[in-house]
Every structure is written in C-alpha cells, then in structure tokens.
Write a protein that binds this ligand. Structure first.
Ligand code: IVH
Length: 683
C-alpha cells in the first residue's frame, strides 16, 4: 500500500468508525456486529501505526485514541473522580500471551497472579457511595465526564441503596455493568412493537436505551440489573487486590459476577478462559469475553495507565485514550456457522429501498435455523465480494438478524462471476435510483406493487393503526384479488367482498370487517406513523399528533411550525412538508376522510406545562434536581440537559453557570425556585 492509498483508507476508516461509534454509544442502534466494528478499528490502528505521516495528514483526531462517547442531551454531566478507562479487545490467544510476556518482563516472575472475569456485555456505570450511601450513578461518557443517571439507576431492584457490613470507605467509586436478561429483552421488544416502535437489536442496546430514558417511571417498568466488578477512586483504601475486592463487594451486599478465577501464569489464565467459555451461557448477563487483570493492586499501579492510539512518536496529543496496561480483554468469537449462498434476492421496502438478502442453505446457529441473512446494500456486497455459490460465515451475536460476515474465498467455484447489483426494481422493473450521498438504491415508482403492498402492510401493522386480522398474508391476498389497491380501500371493504376468499368464511370475514371498523377512529399518531412519511417514526408521529391534533392541521403546517417541535430538524421538517405536498398523498388523505376515517387526537394535556421544555442549572434552595425534574414531568413538562432556542424556561439556583449565561444570550426566560413553584401551581 502506498502512503497516498493509506491516507485515503485512514480517512475512510476514521469516518466509518466515528459513524459506528455514534450509532452504538449515543443512539444505541448499531448497524454492524461488534466483530466487524473491532475489525474496522484494528485495520485503522494498524494503518496509523504503519503510516504515521499519512495518519497525521488526515488529522490528529482519531477514534482509535478515544473512548466512545455515550453522553446525550437531557442529563447533567458529572466528572469522574478517577477516569473510567476501557480496554482494547483481542480475539487472539497469541496477543493475550504477548500481554503476559510484557508484564512478566517488567515485573519479574513468570507466575504473576491474575484474575479472569467475565466480560459483561452491558453498559458501563460508576456508582459513588459516600459513607456507604449511594449518592450518584454516572455513565462512562467520554471517560472523564459522564451523564448523571442516578434517578434511573435507583430503580434497579437488585441494587441496595447502601453498603452493609464493615470497612466502608468515606468515598468510593464502584464500577460495573447494567444489563437486561434475555427474557426481559424479549418481553420489552414485544411491547415495543405493539407501540409502533422499532425493536432493539440486542439486550445491550436496550439496556443502554433504557438507562438514557428521561422518564424514570418507564425505566422502573423494565427490569434492569447490575453487576459490579471495578474500583475507581477510593478513600481510604480498603483492599489491595482485585480478588479481595470481589470478596469485599460481595460482603457489602452488592451484586457481583457469578464466577471469577484467581490463577498464576498465562497457561492457567488460558485454561480459566476456556472454562468461562463453557459456563458463560448459563450466566444472567451476556458475556462476550474475559477480562484478565493483574491481581495485586501494587503491581497494577506499577504498570500504570498507558496511552494508546497513533504511532509511537509524533502521536496525537489530543483526546488520547487511557488504557490500563495491567488488564487485557479477550473476546470470544461470536457464534458463527459456515453455509453456502444459494441466491441473492432483493427485497423492496415500502420506501422503495432495495435490500439484498443472501438466501442460504439452512444452517443451525446459536440454536436457531438460519436461512436468510441481510447483505445490507450494494456497497457491502462489493466490499465483501459476496457471490452466488460462495461458502460464507454467518454470525448472530445476540442480534435478531443474522449477517454474512465473511466469504471463504478458497472454497469459491472457479467460474463464479461477481454479483451484479440490479439496476432496476426486481418487481416493477423501473430503473433504480441512488440519491447523492446515499448508499441505498431505491425503486422510484410510487405505484410499484411491492411498495404498495408494504405500505398497506405497514399501515395495518401493530406499528400503524393495528388492524386485527390484517397481517402480511391477508394484505397480500386482498391485493392479489384486486380487492384493495391503496390504504384507503381497506376502509371500503364489505363483507360480500371477503366471503368468497375462504371456504365457510363468515366468521372470519365478519371479524376482519369488525377489526377494520374498530380502527376508523385509531389514535392520530398511529395513522401518522402508518402513513409511512420518510423520517417519521413512532416518536415523531406522537410529537406531530400532540402538536397538530388533526391530519388537516398537520397538512397545513409550514416549516416554521414543524421546526418548533423539540427534536425536529430541517431534514424531518422538509420530509413532512414534501410528503403532504405530494398530490397523491393529498388524494389519499381525502379518500381516508371519505371512507369515514376520523383519527382520534391525543387527550388534551391538562397542565399549562405540557410541551414545555425546562433546563435546570445550579442548586435550588429546597428542591433537589430529581425533585424538580419529577414535578415538572408530572405536570407534563420535559427537562433537557442543555439550553437552546427551543428551551422554554431555565430554572436557575445558586452557582448557576454557563447555562444561565446561554439563557440570557438567547432570551430564554429564567425562573427561580419560587417562580417554578408558582408555575407548577404550588404557590
Ligand atoms: S475492567 C481496567 N472488567 O468492557 C479498566 N471491564 O474494555 C477496564 N467490562 O468498557 C474495565 N466486564 O465497561 C472490566 N469484568 C470486567 C468487565 C469490563 C465488562 C466492560 C467495561 C469496559 C470494557 C473493557
């Protein structure tokens, strides 16, 4: 590879890693597997090391030198007393042995004592206990400063509010992971679907998404759990080794890891890892690897904290990631199986997106039979060079949808041609288009039968108006028989139309008609969501329903009206405007009205604070931050973490800082506690 090529690739990889960091840490919606992510990062780190000049030419900011940042809007930020570091992952036994060789060389004996612990696939948090009482829970954030999630963490049933027993430090930061059990994950995802929200990809994302909810009641309705294993700041010191610390955590009455091993020498470490691999499926939490730590704190301190990131000299000084040299994370390769690609088919989504799918020879993977795997998009197929007939590895790492992760090139048939992504919609044969800057090819034909089918299916689904009896199969049948051609036709169906469809179908047909009738006054947000407006999911649909209260008012909204909604940016506003400006969509709205569809607006919020966004800053005379938040929320308001033009009020107490300044600059009204209480109707 030439330096110029390296430079180009480094830039590409940095952009890709930054994107996936954002998707994983902030939005809890990853699009690639952890394994693929680790591979991207490893390739980037390798290139940065081999081509330091090229790396510098791209810029000093690199994701290999940063901890992924999980901080989001709506939470107060808190500095950790001791930074929260993270470890580079390895999948390779040889690298683990090198880790030991480095330590043995520096510290002397070859039989160093290590703990081997499960690497829990959850969300990292730091709990501060003062004189034994839990006072704060903070996410990792950028490693130095995280989000204050105390209110949410207090809802975790297995976490006692205080430490019991003796040897209680004046102040201690105890670190661990928050997670959800598999069953709880499935339960919530089912509800999620019924509420028209997208399902979460895996338990870890759901735990992360839950921890960042602004509504503690919602958090309490989900069974988050916690397990503790790490030590941050501690004054005075109470233990001198990691193994003693595990015992101490247990003695304090805290939930701890199911099992850890205290072993000497690297061979024993490796044996413990193998045993962990056999046991891990029985653990309450997902365990995606092992963390190996020097046991003695004195030895840990001797090795200290190293900086990782760009090459040995001339490295970037900015935002360098702290990574302890005394610990190593070994990850188990995800569940994978080898199979063959029988065909590559193209799915047409309701927005026309053409998604390639690998049709596989059925193979058992993590207990289920896998026949299909997504190939994401044309670029992904080209990058992996997946061809029909290829032997491939498929993977399922807690995700719902399995993915093709690698092609076994050596097993490729000699004459196989590269896959040519179709240039036309496979259903209506209209030439496919790809918008500037997008990776997705789309069918642009609004009448494409597949798009129509998907739109109807979506409208009737649990995420839309939720018509009982009108699922995928029924929608397809009604379309095939020519009984419906668009969404509004559903509401014109008559019993006589349905009777011939099935033998002795009276009961069934009657039920379907009743199911449809019952949804003529479906919740407005369900209708809006069901319409499938680009950029508008369930949450945005609910915002629109709350704000405009009818389809007519929404159709008449201009850009400024839409932008006033918290969380609506120009892209969403433009998409909504474009949808309602389209004559075909306007016609659809008229037809729905003519067919007797009268969506129900949300119950009017009783309080004057409904829809109002507050930001709290400084210390109030009597109300704690949690109290103030709870009261504002109970009155229908919302509490956000930072001040913007859309903030309605800033509530400022003593030692208010930059948020107060910003409120003044932007002309946002500032309240003191007394004024807030008046607004709440308390005084
Ligand atoms: S030790 C030494 N121990 O996995 C500082 N981390 O990179 C690193 N994790 O982000 C933490 N289980 O959130 C440690 N038994 C365990 C862990 C663990 C899960 C997470 C942690 C960190 C990452 C390691």
């Amino acid at each position: 590879m030439s330096p110029a090529e390296a430079q180009k690739r480094i830039a590409e990889l940095r952009a890709a890693v930054a994107l996936h960091d954002e998707l994983y840490h902030r939005r809890a919606k990853p699009e690639i597997s952890d394994f693929d992510y680790d591979q991207l990062k490893q390739e980037l780190a390798g290139l940065e090391n081999r081509f330091p000049d090229a790396a510098r030419a791209v810029g000093v900011e690199t994701p290999t030198a940063r901890v992924g940042d999980d901080r989001t809007e709506g939470f107060a930020r808190v500095k950790h007393r001791q930074a929260m570091s993270t470890l580079e992952n390895t999948y390779d036994e040889a690298e683990l042995r090198e880790f030991h060789a480095r330590l043995a060389k520096a510290l002397g004996p070859d039989d160093l004592a290590y703990t081997v612990e499960p690497k829990i696939d959850g969300v990292a948090v730091s709990l501060t206990f003062e004189h034994g009482q839990l006072v704060r829970a903070v996410t990792r954030g950028d490693g130095e400063e995280g989000d204050d999630v105390t209110v949410n963490v207090r809802t975790i049933r297995g976490l006692p509010p205080g430490l019991r027993g003796g040897r209680i430090p004046a102040m201690v930061e105890i670190r661990g992971e928050i997670f959800l059990r598999e069953e709880e994950f499935r339960r919530i995802n089912q509800l999620q679907e019924e509420n028209g929200e997208a399902p979460y990809a895996n338990p870890r994302n759901l735990a992360a998404g839950t921890l960042k909810q602004l509504d503690p009641q919602l958090v309490a309705s989900r069974q988050l759990e916690i397990v503790l294993y790490g030590l941050g700041y501690c004054e005075p010191k109470v233990v001198d080794s990691q193994s003693a610390y595990h015992d101490q955590l247990k003695a304090w009455g805290l939930p701890v890891v199911e099992h850890f091993w205290l072993v000497r020498g690297i061979d024993a470490v490796w044996a413990a890892i193998q045993e962990l691999d056999r046991l891990r499926r029985g653990f309450a939490y997902g365990t995606d690897g092992a963390v190996v730590k020097l046991d003695a704190f004195a030895q840990q301190n001797h090795k200290g904290v190293g900086y990782r990131g760009m090459g040995a000299d001339g490295r970037a000084e900015a935002a360098r990631k702290l990574s302890p040299r005394w610990a190593c994370a070994f990850k188990f390769a995800p569940d994978r199986a080898e199979t063959r690609v029988r065909a590559i088919t193209i799915q047409v989504g309701r927005t026309g997106a053409l998604t390639p799918v690998a049709e596989l020879e059925p193979v058992t993977l993590a207990g289920t039979t896998v026949k299909r795997a997504t190939l994401h998009n044309a670029d992904e197929i080209a990058r992996k060079d997946v061809r029909v007939g290829d032997a491939v590895l498929v993977e399922k790492a807690g995700e719902i949808i399995p993915a093709v992760v690698a092609v076994l090139r050596k097993k490729r048939p000699a004459d196989s041609p590269p896959y040519a992504f179709p240039r036309a919609c496979p259903v209506c044969h209209t030439a496919a288009v790809r918008a500037e800057g997008e990776v997705v090819w789309r069918c642009p034909n609004p009448q494409c039968p597949e798009k129509v089918r998907r739109r109807i299916e979506h409208f009737a689904s649990k995420a839309g108006v939720d018509i009982e009896g009108l699922g995928e199969e029924m929608a397809a049948l009604l379309l095939e028989k020519g009984l419906i051609k668009s969404i509004s036709d559903i509401f014109r169906l008559k019993l006589e139309d349905l009777l011939p469809l099935k033998k002795s179908g009276e009961v069934w047909a009657g039920n379907l008609i009743a199911g449809i009738d019952a949804r003529r006054d479906a919740d407005l947000w369900r209708v809006i969501n069901g319409l499938g407006i680009p950029q508008v999911g369930a949450a945005a649909a609910k915002d629109l329903a709350r704000t405009f209260r009818s389809l007519e008012a929404l159709a008449a909204a201009d850009e400024a009206d839409l932008l006033r909604i918290d969380g609506f940016g120009e892209k969403t506003a433009a998409a909504v405007r474009a949808w309602f400006a389209d004559p075909a969509n306007r016609a659809l709205l008229c037809e729905l009205q003519a067919a007797g569809v009268k969506p129900a607006p949300p119950a009017a919020a009783s309080s004057a604070l409904a829809g109002k966004t507050f930001v709290l800053t400084g210390t109030l005379p009597t109300l704690t931050r949690e109290d103030a938040t709870a009261r504002i929320e109970a009155a229908g308001g919302k509490v956000a973490g930072s001040v913007s033009k859309k903030t309605h009020y800033v509530v400022a107490g003593e030692e208010a800082g930059s948020k107060l300044e910003k409120a003044k600059t932007l002309g946002v009204p500032v309240l003191d506690e007394a004024a807030l209480r008046r607004l709440l109707g308390e005084a």
